[in-house]
Design a protein around this ligand. Sequence first.
Ligand code: ATP
Ligand code: MG
Length: 445
Amino acid sequence: MRLSRYFLPVLKETPGEAAIVSHQLMLRAGMIKQQSAGIYSWLPLGLKVLNKIAAVVREEQDRSGALEILMPTVQGADLWRESSRYDAYGAEMLRITDRHDRELLFGPTAEEVVTDIFRTHVRSYRDLPLNLYNIQWKFRDEIRPRFGVMRGREFLMKDAYSFDLDEAGARDAYRKMFIAYLRTFQRLGLRAVPMRADTGPIGGDLSHEFIILAPTGESGVFYDAAYEETDWQGSAISFDNTDEARTGREAAVNDFIKAYAATDEMHDQARFEAEVPAERRREGRGIEVGHIFFFGTKYSEPMGAKVTGPDGKDVKVQMGSYGIGVSRLVGGIIEASHDDAGIIWPDAVAPFGVGIINLKPGDAAADAACQQAYDALDKAGRDPLYDDTSERAGAKFATMDLIGIPKQLIIGPRGLAAGVVELKDRRSGERRELSLDAALAELGA
Ligand code: ATP
Ligand code: MG
């Protein structure tokens, strides 16, 4: 992409309405535009990152055996009456009436819709286990939308729903998602700590929140320092439906969560002090990026979602639901990865792989070298962003740093005369002079 043809409305000043750094940087980098409180348009750079995060989430859901569907944003009130949540959900639900006076709502979550799909089409225990997920916009009329996309009213969520014949199966489905989540957050360059959590309006008796540690987070957290030291090592864990694989998943999850970690809602100070030596006790703040629930027959019972079991008798299915805040993750990743100059994208979600800065557009040698670099990087799939504008060099450096492109190739007539270009690493800040060919080789082109 040539910057002269792109739509990147960067701001020089930090907007006053943004209280935390990720919101400030998303506005300054021209990623989003607020339309109403907690409702945003996603501009090209922001949408590119959002789509990349969604792609990682999708790949790991698919790998775990979950199947993608797409449910509507607007749902009928009647389904929510069946589960008794229509009244219980309260003011966070945006209620809509259509021209026939039918009551509709903008879905804040989709347990009812997916249970309706299940009960319509699934009849036998042989069709289980089943996990259906979608990545779809949700609406919750939050009392205090704030922090940009971190607490929006409209937000993009991945929500998965598992269906099993019995509780043991449902607990295994829960562990599959648990492992998929750890893999997902690791690929996104995040350390997300699973913490025992309250089940809230979704209900149920087993629940974990996945929390990334950040001082601006809304949740208070208490945890063993082990979670700062140990990385998740489960990339080889199988998602097969064999007894051996199930035992392996149970052992891996139990081992990973054996150290204490809880949000303030679930925190037990006496247990914390008994289990964790003083020097290993950590207290801080975190951002909830995922939340998983096992809730048994809470929805299948009232909505009649059942299958015929092996003995011919009807069985109400055991369910769980599993959310990831895809749009919140954009802000969460920035909170975890930025410096004074701007965003530092992890490679997996960087909107462009390499930034090319032409220090003197119009200079024949600089133009030719930049074009050569652009063509080579483009062909190699490195998705370059070429700053071919007539801005001064300082402004170009500032923009490239602000938008967080991991590698920058800086090309100007003076360097070229000496046979070199500059290669900058955004994260370390290291800048090195080398030949254009050597730089392109390093960049995989
Ligand atoms: P919170 O406690 O932050 O209000 P929640 O527990 O109500 O979230 P869940 O129902 O567990 O949210 O939704 C699944 C995921 O969706 C959350 O883990 C979070 O990452 C994301 N999410 C929830 N509410 C919002 C919001 N208002 N804006 C952006 N993302 C959200
Ligand atoms: Mg939650």
